[in-house]
Design a protein. Structure first.
Length: 442
């Protein structure tokens, strides 16, 4: 039996651009119409109007936390022009969560920017930090009662997306554009984010951190994408080099925060020349990454060490798959690795699954990460068995010892339990020999 600390947060996460629909004032909406190969977000999941239904489904399953974002491009459609109606909308979202007994975890910036901000040079513009601080000053006025605030989502990926935006704007470089989540064929190794952009994002984070604390009383941090990099023999020095530019620069920027969000999906090997691409395999996920539920344990351990012991909140973890039994198998195994890290002394405050909904994955609709399916035509929500399963884990605040930790609560779950058990057996074989190395963790 894997148990979790008292007061542990159990929930799911979303991002505004991926679920709200019609974020027409954002730079990403503009890019969708310009970059070859990108699908449009359009109405997305229409969660802008259906957020209450989404939260009721989450709470009804037994989860107690919901991470959602505020869209800067809606709040400030023009420089200095603040939409009071949009602020009221996001305040209603916070109130709805609180009324349902759900802890709101609010993200102030999740990848997308107002178009006008991008036109000013984006995060490398002269006024970027002042612009962000002014936006955050406005938003803090609606955050009463919010106990957790993430200033930015994955600044290391945001730095990478900023580089990609430069590629997309230059016809000669446009062919180098990659979706941050999915591509056809072998999943390429994403380039290193530019440290100059990373340092600017650290500056922006520090510019608003104390402001949010003072005005809201919330715990403040930001979330960092972890690739759970592990060295092959001979790759130890290369690992240190890559970890710094891809993660540790941002983890150092988290020092002084109240928590750090860990976002982990898969793991990658590093040899003496660099990161090894995920080998082609029918067992890879829908976004081309290796099936590696052990990555979460690697990620939280490295984050804990690199930050000098800042409390961890798992703000994203999940798998792109059309097989919900495999989702449960993956999540159960990931939670076991998380529990082992907690038992070894890592201070973890909660687990938020990515994602609550099948949503728009930054240029593509194909990858499905959600605990809830969404009909693209009618927007009807259909909870998957994985939602009920995770709610049961949350209710026990513990993970059982059976295959993939499925504790079937009656006949309704029996088919899921059978499918998950099979998926788990396959998963154990998949990880195979690598697990011997990785159980120790860095």
């Amino acid at each position: 039996m894997t148990t979790f600390p008292d007061g542990f947060l159990w929930g799911a996460a979303t991002a505004p651009h991926q679920i709200e629909g019609n974020n027409v004032n954002s730079d990403f909406w503009l890019a969708e119409g310009r970059v070859p190969g990108m699908e449009r977000s359009g109405d997305a999941c229409d969660s802008y109007h259906r957020y209450a239904e989404d939260m009721r489904l989450l709470a009804g399953a037994g989860l107690n936390a919901y991470r959602f974002g505020i869209e800067w491009a809606r709040v400030e459609p023009e420089p200095g022009m603040v939409s009071r109606a949009e602020l009221a909308h996001y305040r209603r979202m916070i109130d709805t969560a609180l009324e349902l007994g759900v802890t709101p975890v609010v993200t102030l910036h999740h990848f997308t920017n107002p178009r006008w901000f991008a036109d000013e040079g984006g995060w490398m513009g002269e006024r970027a930090v002042d612009r962000f601080r002014a936006y955050v000053e406005v938003v803090t006025g609606i955050l009463d009662g919010v106990p957790w605030v993430c200033t930015m989502n994955e600044p290391n990926m945001l730095a990478l997306m900023t580089m990609m935006a430069r590629f997309a704007a230059d016809p000669e470089l446009a062919a180098q554009w990659q979706s941050p989540t999915v591509d056809e064929g072998v999943r390429p190794v994403l380039p290193d984010p530019d440290p100059r952009i990373g340092r600017r994002l650290v500056e922006a984070h520090h510019a608003v951190r104390d402001l949010v604390r003072e005005r809201t009383g919330a715990a403040v941090g930001w979330t960092v994408a972890s690739q759970a990099l592990v060295a092959r023999p001979g790759g130890e020095e290369k690992l240190k080099e890559l970890q710094y530019v891809r993660e540790d620069l941002y983890l150092e920027g988290a020092k002084g925060d109240d928590f750090v969000g860990v976002q982990s999906y898969s793991s990658q090997w590093v040899n003496e020349t660099g990161i090894e691409p995920a080998a082609p395999s029918p067992d890879n996920t829908l976004v081309g990454t290796a099936y590696r539920p052990d990555a979460l344990g690697i990620a939280v351990r490295h984050t804990w060490e690199a930050t000098g012991g800042i409390p961890v909140l798992v703000t994203e973890n999940g798998i792109a798959t059309g097989d919900d039994g495999r989702r449960v198998a993956y999540t159960g195994e990931a939670l076991r690795h998380l529990g082992a890290a907690i038992a070894d002394g890592v201070d973890v405050r909660g687990y938020l699954h990515w994602s609550l909904l099948d949503n728009y994955e930054w240029g593509h609709w194909g990858p499905t990460f959600g605990l809830i399916a969404v009909d693209r035509e009618t927007f009807a929500r259909t909870p998957k068995p994985s939602l009920a399963w995770l709610g049961e884990v949350a209710g026990r605040n513990a993970l059982g010892s059976g295959p993939a930790s499925v504790q079937a609560a009656g006949g309704d779950h029996q088919g899921v339990a059978d499918g998950v058990a099979q998926s788990h057996r396959v998963a154990v074989g998949r990880v195979g020999a690598e697990r011997v190395v990785l159980h120790g963790g860095p």
